[in-house]
Ligand binder design. Structure first.
Ligand SMILES: Nc1ncnc2c1ncn2[C@@H]1O[C@H](COP(=O)(O)OP(=O)(O)OP(=O)(O)O)[C@@H](O)[C@H]1O
Length: 321
């Protein structure tokens, strides 16, 4: 559905009197198969929106090629636009318009006759849980309703591929979870291919079959959420000691465990990564006990997507965003 090779975009900007080039996207290769939900994850300024805007033909690449829904973005942008839905970060509804009319007008822009656009709009409003907002102004809707209205606008011409730019940014946790359910149903009920950008690790984890991590305009990781998590060194084990004087002894015990990596100490806390913490922990704790090292707390955490990002880039995505 989407294939890009060496896709790049540089912006020429002016700082004071000096002109300089900003490399927003520095040669991206990516492939998205039909029916996949793919998440494009990265910190602020990583190049997510710029990549997306090139794929939806709103921005010309400075280098590289891409085909979207079988059409070349540079040679046949109109065919790309006819085949896709695009929901931008800011949405496309005017606050003072009438929600239903906006959707019908949008459908008619794609050449759909009024009656069919209205039927399609009402069907989408039902599916996206917006049954009573047809005659309302977008400005009077909640954030979650407005986001679902934006998605209805993006789907009125029945595309098989939809691009969502940060679909849940600014929504409260309940509205986000609700939107995730709707996004999942688009794939399940309509077999749509979905490409979305997000800052949110939990969103990428919950929604996406595959995740592409972008940093400084380059893809630094691409795989399923589980496979990405398996790539990092293992489960994180943290022990809080009762007595700082025993930190060195605890570090020695952790370092001796088979497969232990990243053994570290911060204050009273010593930590390590273990490939299979569940099975290694009983023996480790017996050893700690045998040496008379008293513990206040033990914590074991499965790797998260943030750990993946940290491993790939040396920075935490959570801090960045
Ligand atoms: N029109 C522009 N002119 C100059 N620089 C730009 C322009 N658009 C984007 N950039 C720069 O390109 C880089 C990538 O921006 P982009 O918006 O693609 O990142 P992003 O990952 O989508 O960020 P965010 O999560 O904040 O939306 C940033 O350094 C940004 O400042």
């Amino acid at each position: 559905m989407i294939h890009a090779r060496g896709l790049a975009r540089t912006f020429r900007t002016k700082r004071g009197q000096v002109k300089e080039d900003v490399v927003a996207v520095a040669g991206v290769d990516l492939d998205v198969a039909e029916g996949e939900v793919v998440g494009f994850l990265g910190p602020n300024g990583a190049g997510k929106t710029t990549t997306l805007r090139m794929l939806v033909t709103l921005l010309a690449p400075t280098a590289g090629t891409a085909t979207v829904a079988g059409h070349d973005v540079a040679r046949d942008p109109v065919a790309v636009r006819r085949s896709i839905g695009y929901v931008s970060q800011s949405g496309s509804t005017s606050r003072e318009a009438i929600a239903g009319e906006e959707v019908v007008d949008h459908g008619m822009l794609y050449g759909i006759p009024r009656q069919r656009a209205e039927a399609r709009g009402r069907e989408l409003f039902d599916q996206l849980d917006l049954p009573c907002i047809w005659g309302r102004k977008p400005g009077s809707l909640s954030g979650g309703q407005r986001r679902r209205l934006d998605i209805a606008m993006g789907l009125v011409h029945d595309p098989t591929l939809v691009f969502l730019d940060e679909p849940t940014t600014g929504l409260d946790p309940q509205a986000r979870a609700n939107l995730w359910t709707h996004i999942r149903s688009l794939r399940e009920e309509r077999g749509m291919t979905i490409f979305l950008t997000t800052h949110y690790l939990d969103e990428a984890d919950a929604l996406c079959d595959r995740i592409l991590v972008i940093d400084h305009g380059q893809i630094v990781a691409a795989d399923t959420p589980d496979a990405l998590k398996r790539q990092v060194a293992g489960d994180l084990v943290e022990l809080d000691l009762a007595d700082t004087a025993r930190v060195a002894d605890a570090v020695a015990v952790l370092s001796a465990v088979d497969g232990a990596a990243e053994v570290a100490a911060h204050g009273r806390r010593v930590s390590t990564r273990l490939p299979h913490a569940g099975s290694a922990l009983p023996r480790l704790l017996r050893e700690i006990d045998a040496r008379g090292i008293a513990l206040d707390a033990v914590e074991v955490r499965r790797p998260t997507l943030d750990d993946v990002f940290l491993t790939m880039t040396g920075r935490s995505l959570r801090e960045e965003s």
